[in-house]
Design a protein around this ligand. Structure first.
Ligand code: BGC
Length: 485
């Protein structure tokens, strides 16, 4: 029987209730599964470290474990005016940070939606399009800094001062020093330069050099002092702002927004041949024993980068609405509205509104379906099935995130009472804008580690932490090259 015939039969013979129930259950993750995944994840961490030290004798893990070349956390004494570019999520942020040298700071920032920039008939994906060149992209980044410098009066008053810039590049990046980096492949639907001879990804172009050349072309008095991943930025900003605060040290930085990833402080990094102590895990690519269902596979195959970052595709805001939409289609089959067939018809905000709707008449779910899918549903049972679906997709994301946090917290060696515990800095809209989600993460940490050990993990929201962290790292580097503190 062909797959299509099988699916038709499946839809025709199974009752809608049983079908809905079957799909809802596909997103469950039990305590046992989570515990096993946590152990597997820690095994992958050990494998990644072994592979980094000895790539000939050890197979690579599914975790990339990239060197960030950051060898010490900030001490809170960094001071001065620095800029940062935070590039790689949905928003492109240009940031000006004034560090006061006592763990305090003031920050100005411009933000624009990168996914909508320069969209035209020739470049349907704008700056993310395979036909957009590296120069176009990096000119846009450099001009963002120039505009903010102008607005803040830094251009007029600078004399011959060159401002240090931290460049948050939120994609996989191989680094051989703090101010150089190569992007082996894009994630999150970016394809800039792939169809041109002016590429970004693929491992040939140094993104710091590309940025520096764009600064020079556009007469921006700036020096790309450091390149870093957004997770490293989040970790650093959380560490900087926790200076003097009596919480355990921040040794893990996590992002769950458009993408998903974490960086952490690895005690044995030097023994494993790393230059820095902070490792960019690229955990969105974790794929060992991951319980992917048929919908996850479809979402993956439909993406510009199939097979890449498969756990990210189960958890992050770029994919949550697509998982939900495809599940709705399968559950309601021909009763689903036409718009449920359209990619990206749903948004993450809508899924969240529906998931956490506690009103007895499911008003939020009704509104989401009507506004986003032009589907007018009155039947309470249908509304509740949709709510449950959104809830379970988000809960699975929270549980997988908690699994990685538990594993990395263990990996730091500080997850025991005698060692004082760890603080985890988190940025990214799925987590920071969503309290019920934060509660789910907390609850899942308890399930995975037991309440007592889980209480050793302090979660700290670090909104816009990656931009701040980049400026802090630029400060550290500029100060180092000027002879230290
Ligand atoms: C990238 C990571 C990044 C994460 C969060 C992923 O797609 O591969 O480098 O940290 O998104 O932005």
């Amino acid at each position: 029987m062909s797959v299509n015939a099988f699916q038709r039969q499946d839809v025709q013979t199974e009752s809608i209730d049983s079908r809905c129930d079957r799909y809802l259950r596909m997103f469950d993750l039990t305590q046992n599964e989570l515990r096993t995944l946590r152990e597997t994840f820690n095994g992958e961490c050990r494998q990644a470290l072994r592979h980094h030290k000895n790539p000939i004798n050890y197979e690579p893990a599914t975790l990339k474990f990239l060197d960030t070349c950051v060898d010490r956390p900030p001490v809170g004494k960094e001071a001065g005016v620095f800029y940062a570019i935070d590039f790689g999520g949905t928003n492109l942020r240009t940031v000006r940070v004034e560090l006061d040298g006592r763990g305090g700071y003031s920050m100005k920032q411009n933000s624009e939606n990168i996914r909508e920039k320069h969209v035209s008939d020739d470049l349907p994906k704008g700056l993310m399009d395979p036909k957009a060149t590296a120069s176009m992209l990096f000119d846009a980044l450099a001009m963002g800094v120039r505009k903010l410098m102008e607005a803040e009066g830094d251009l007029a008053e600078r004399g011959d001062h060159i401002f240090g810039v931290g460049f948050t590049f939120s994609f996989p990046m191989q680094q051989s020093s703090i101010n150089s980096g190569w992007c082996p492949f894009w994630t999150k639907g970016f394809e800039t330069g792939n169809a041109t001879d002016d590429p970004v990804a693929g491992g040939q172009a140094d993104i710091c050099q590309l940025l520096q050349a764009a600064f020079d072309r556009n007469d921006v008095p700036a020096n790309c002092a450091a390149a870093l991943n957004d997770t490293t930025g989040t970790l650093l900003s959380c560490a900087y702002t926790s200076y003097r605060v009596k919480t355990p040290p921040c040794v893990v930085g996590v992002i769950l927004g458009t993408g998903m990833n974490a960086a952490y402080y690895e005690r044995t990094a030097k023994e494993s041949g790393y230059q820095g102590y902070i490792i960019n895990t690229e955990l969105g690519g974790f794929n060992s024993g991951l319980p992917r269902n048929i919908i996850d596979l479809q979402v993956d195959y439909a993406d510009a980068q199939p097979g890449v970052n498969v756990m990210e595709k189960m958890c992050s805001s770029l994919f949550i609405p697509e998982i939900t939409r495809r599940a709705l289609l399968r559950m309601f089959a021909w009763e689903a509205p036409d718009l449920a067939w359209v990619r990206y018809a749903l948004t993450t905000e809508a899924c969240m509104a529906a998931a956490y709707d506690s009103s007895p008449d499911r008003q939020a779910v009704r509104e989401v379906l009507s506004v986003q899918l032009e589907w007018d549903v009155e039947d309470l049972k249908t509304l509740d099935v949709v709510r449950q679906l959104c809830r379970r997709v988000l809960q699975r994301s929270a549980r997988l995130l908690a699994m990685t946090i538990a594993a990395l917290a263990k990996q730091t060696g500080k997850l025991q009472f005698a060692a004082g515990g760890v603080t985890v800095g988190v940025d990214g809209s799925v987590y920071t804008k969503n309290q019920p989600f934060q509660k789910d993460v907390r609850e899942a940490l308890g399930l995975i580690l037991g309440e007592s050990i889980a209480s050793l993990i302090t979660m700290k929201v670090s909104s816009d932490g990656s931009g701040l962290g980049a400026a802090i790292l630029a400060a550290c580097e500029m100060q180092k090259s000027n002879g230290g503190y």
